[in-house]
Design a protein around this ligand. Structure first.
Ligand code: MG
Length: 423
């Protein structure tokens, strides 16, 4: 696991800190930094202030911004954004986030125009996670940041790209997209002159680190509830949209799917509500019901759990190992659905053929560049002297979009000399 230096308290509220507040009598759009007067502020509630807003809206067990452990490199508090809102904006404006639009989720561009990309999947996860966080009175800014970040480390060609990288890089520590997300936001993103990476808060980094060590996260001290919510929102989202995409592409049939308990239940609900619908409308209504059912179940199970711990802090409930999840019934039904999707969709012959071709291109480029590091872009040749050539080649390839990887593979295999292009 990565070791963080919990040394910064700059974004905690301290006496004399400057804050952006509107001056009385000046137009609503005008702000200017003023010195905070602790005695005055203790008597007033100003919902523009992050801590006031959170005090009113968040539960005791949410991660409050005032309790942040800060950043590796301390920064002064922002005038009107809390630390997690700043993190969200940093992730959203990163080049790695933009590249998610060119990375496949499950299906590739060769298979149609309807299905999700890694970017739209991420936005759907953020939407579901925020809804859950708001309902449970958790920190929405932190939840949204974690959701936008959660898949940022995915290599090209989805899970097949990850398999190739993990296999070839095995002797040098393997590859994990969750771990690579941390490498991106701490080392590879270049947005600030003073330091590499995005200098995100410790809560965001350790939340992503939890994803990289999921097995360890199931025992003992639990992850922040905001971290748990994003993990649950991720699987709720992909279960539903993979059903939608696979049905739309004709890879699976309603009849087969309806043999699953969770689909039978949601189909009955659709039938009761709308009667007989045309196939497309039926598919859309089914997916809405599927998302609603899972979120509703999670909220109901969580509300019951959280009701008993009202008044406890985020740190206290983590120490007690509190873990949110679905009811037993829905958890079993979801497991059945996921097993079906694994066999019938993720192993569908159309997908396997495309995946095999992608696997071979990526493998060829990966092994080729490890042998010929002189063909790396300058930044990754330099990085190779710090982290070793195989790791640097892996970082270079893992950051690519599907199309960019295709283009670099073509150049590498048709031009015997010359560096490839940086992303
Ligand atoms: Mg995901």
């Amino acid at each position: 696991m990565i070791a963080f230096c919990f040394c910064s308290v700059y974004e905690k509220l301290t006496d004399g800190e400057t804050y952006g507040r509107r001056k009385p009598g000046i137009g609503s759009g005008t702000t200017e930094p003023v010195t905070r007067d602790v005695a005055t502020l203790s008597m007033m509630i100003d919902l523009r202030r992050v801590d006031d807003r959170e005090h009113l809206l968040l539960a005791s067990y949410a991660m409050h911004s005032r309790d942040t452990a800060g950043r590796m490199r301390p920064e002064l508090a922002h005038g009107y954004r809390g630390p997690y809102a700043r993190d969200r904006d940093r992730v959203l404006h990163s080049s790695a986030f933009r590249r998610l639009s060119g990375k496949m989720q499950v299906f590739t561009g060769e298979m149609g125009e309807y299905h999700r990309t890694r970017l739209t999947h991420t936005l759907e996860v953020a939407s579901v996670a925020r809804t859950i966080a708001r309902t449970l009175r958790l920190n929405e800014d932190l939840t949204e940041t974690l959701a936008l970040l959660h898949d940022i480390g995915h290599p090209p060609y989805g899970h097949c790209g990850e398999d190739v990288l993990a296999e070839v890089l095995g002797p040098w520590g393997g590859f994990s997209h969750n771990q690579f997300a941390i490498t991106i936001v701490t080392e590879l993103e270049q947005r600030y002159t003073d330091f590499p990476g995005l200098n995100l808060t410790m809560e965001v980094l350790s939340g992503q680190d939890t994803r990289a060590h999921k097995a360890a996260a199931t025992v003992g001290r639990s992850a922040l509830l905001e971290v748990q919510i994003v993990d649950l929102a991720d699987s709720i989202t992909y279960d539903a949209h993979d059903v939608d995409d696979a049905l739309q592409m004709g890879m699976i049939e309603f009849g087969e799917l309806a043999k699953l308990n969770i689909i039978a239940r949601t189909s009955e609900q659709v039938q009761r509500r709308y009667g007989n619908l045309p196939l497309n409308r039926r598919r859309q209504a089914l997916v809405h019901e599927l998302v609603d059912l899972q979120i509703g179940d999670l909220l109901s199970a969580s509300t019951e759990l959280l009701h008993c711990i009202e008044g406890q802090s985020s740190d206290e409930i983590r120490g007690a190992g509190l873990r949110l999840g679905h009811s037993t019934e829905v958890a079993q039904e979801r497991a059945e659905l996921e097993a079906y999707l694994f066999e019938s969709v993720y192993r569908h012959p159309r997908l396997v053929a495309i995946r095999e071709a992608a696997r071979s291109r990526l493998g060829e480029l990966l092994e080729g560049l490890i042998e010929r590091p002189d063909r790396l872009p300058l930044r990754f040749r330099t990085r190779g002297t710090e982290v070793g050539t195989p790791r640097s080649v892996g970082d270079y390839l893992a950051g690519m979009t599907d199309r960019f990887c295709d283009a670099q593979h073509l150049y590498f295999t048709t031009h015997p000399v010359g560096p490839l292009t940086d992303w």
